[in-house]
Design a protein around this ligand. Sequence first.
Ligand SMILES: *Cc1c(COP(=O)(O)O)cnc(C)c1O
Length: 481
Amino acid sequence: MSYDKLIFEISKKGRIGHDLNIRSNNFKNISKNLLRETSLNLPEVTEPDVVRHYTNLSMKNFGVDTGFYPLGSCTMKYNPKINEVAANMPLFTEMHPLTPSYASQGSLEIMYETGKLLGEITGMDYFSFAPFAGAHGELVGLMIIKKYHHLKKDFKRTKIIVPDSAHGTNPASASVAGFETVEVKSNKDGTVDINSLKELLSDEIAGIMLTNPNTLGIFEKDILKISELIHDAGGLLYYDGANLNALLGKGKPGLMGFDIVHLNVHKTFSTPHGGGGPGAGPVGVVEHLKELLPSPVVIKRDKYEFYNPKHSIGRVGKFYGNFGVVVKTNAYIKTLGKQALENVGNYAVLNTNYIKESLRDYYLLVVDEVNMHEVVFDGLKDKSTGIKTLDVAKRLLDYGVHPPTIYFPLIVNEAMMIEPVETESKETLDNFINVMKLIAKEAKENPELLKNAPYNTKVRRLDEVLAARKPILKYKDLFKE
Ligand SMILES: *Cc1c(COP(=O)(O)O)cnc(C)c1O
């Protein structure tokens, strides 16, 4: 295995970055039995060594700040740095989570106001910021659905309907919440098949989980019909908000008949995604479900205060969720303002359709309709080359582009899910389109080249199964065998 020198390998005994002579003195008042006896196994290196170590590590990563990142469903938009400035203000970062509400009115106001802003955007009446991610929001939403039925002494409703095109977290969350998942079939465009849905309806149905636009990037035109059918059957509608970017300022899940939504602030509301930072999955509900929200929520009487909803599903995390992320969401919405927020959806949709039209002769379109925020191709159009979506994805790395999401949704064999988002320039989109065309040409002329890509990355093609099953997480493990 090849790797650059690790910080532990360049360690030399006694080497330090700086010494302010505080090391021994500070600990003289601590009783001996509380002090550790063996020293920590830390690398001993100079300050420039540390700086170079972390800077080099950061350069091995691919991020939104280094290149185009059309990872479908993940909405990898540029995160304005001013949001970080807001979230890093000492007034927020130095606030102790146990500070009483009379002394933390400013922070409470931000939570309250952000809930109102998200309410206006989604058509929900109340929000909780307790969940830490989208999937966590799903679990919270499902616990609310369960409690709603139980409060009505209706214990028969044990099934949740999930489309076969759904994100894997949907059935997983349903299962963790103690529901049985029943799958509803999708039409060719990924929308819900109404006849298949009707067959599933019974007094055992607790609700349905949907994302709109769906995972093929197509708007669910029958949503009002679906919501009528589910409500008539006694169930609730849960909105997976991962695709909200397409609808920002244009459509509200509340008007479509949804009762509960989660939002992924690390997708739609410009918080760095994945390893880049903590996220949040705020959950919003319509008026009649507000007393079931996880506690605490912020309300406004004379002052802002915490409130424990009467039939709350309880606490789902420590304190109030990832507060810094709420600040970023607030700053993002307010710096954009109403008109620019509406343009998020406009440009996300425009950029997607531009890519779709430019690539339709080279890659196989799954649905030939006007798309919303993302487009899914079923691999190369010319299937004679034997080149898979995985090969195309790996070759994209050589051209400095992050691959799109691949092999999701599961209903498309060679799925390539492209979401360009609204923050990219036409030049960036054109470069991506040209690279995709070039790869289609390479697939024909030199397929072996693609099968062994990437060539220009720090590591070559990885054994992804082995990497998932036997990850090497400690530097020492590198030296085994
Ligand atoms: C990302 C995503 C989720 C899960 O959200 P996390 O914040 O990653 O837990 C759920 N559904 C869809 C469609 C998604 O894209």
